[in-house]
Design a protein around this ligand. Sequence first.
Ligand SMILES: [Ca+2]
Length: 306
Amino acid sequence: MYPLINEVTRIKMLQFPVEKIDILIDSDTNNEIDDQFAIAYALLSPERFNVKGILAAPYVIDDGLQDPEEGMLLSYEEIFRLLRLMGRENIPRDFVKKGSPRFMKPSKEPVPSDAADCILRLARGYSSENPLYIVAIGAVTNVASAIQKDPEIIKNLVVVWLGGNDFGHSPDVFNVNRDKYAAQVLFDCGVPLIHVPAYYVSSHLITSVPALKSFIGGVNPMCDYFIENVAGFRAEAFATGKEIWDVSAFAVLMNASWSTSEITATPIITDQLTWSFDYRRPLMRNIRTLDREAIMGDLYRKLKSL
Ligand SMILES: [Ca+2]
């Protein structure tokens, strides 16, 4: 069903880019407070990223919002709030696309959405030598749906996904456990894949309200909005910190020296949300560590520069 990519081509595609690259961002922007940092970071890095669009991803919260379509629509609006705070309210409205109104079902049939159509349309204009990077920082039904609709596009894509935890841990995290069938498509289809684990990799990107006030406080309305979000996320207590998870997926593309990683066989995400290993499967890149100071320094400097 999926086209075969030979492993030599795949390893070339998994090298960290040295030139400026075209990216599409797939984000559940409103679910927490970190997607906003990550999207701003990407848009404020024109030396590295040509952002072709932003796709809104569905989400639900265990003890809160239960409708994935509502989560997607709130994310869609949050992306425009961020663009206004960045002074980019003149960006054409179709730069941002509505995503899937629901998660992928066990049948793994594609879920139609503007976001999936956008991926299909754009991906067809790229190649294995010049791939489109999709940086996904939420549940991946939008991306998986595009792949299920036309599996040939995997030859033209590199997907960077903040997905499960380390392979010694489990894939059972927010971006996977609500949308595991889409996650399985991503790990089973053979698309060139860079996996950024939550624990204990992107969990390393910690900030705090005192740190934010010290580094980016009072410099522009966007930074003040971010600080307000972090302060409101949970009660500050002595020595508390907050993970800015999603920045990691962009940071690994920003500078190859800011992470260490391995090329390894793509594991299987089981229905029980465990990792299972079959070393005959296609290779992928798995991030192992991040250089926190280099990444947070670059992030703070760029946010301040707005
Ligand atoms: Ca996210």
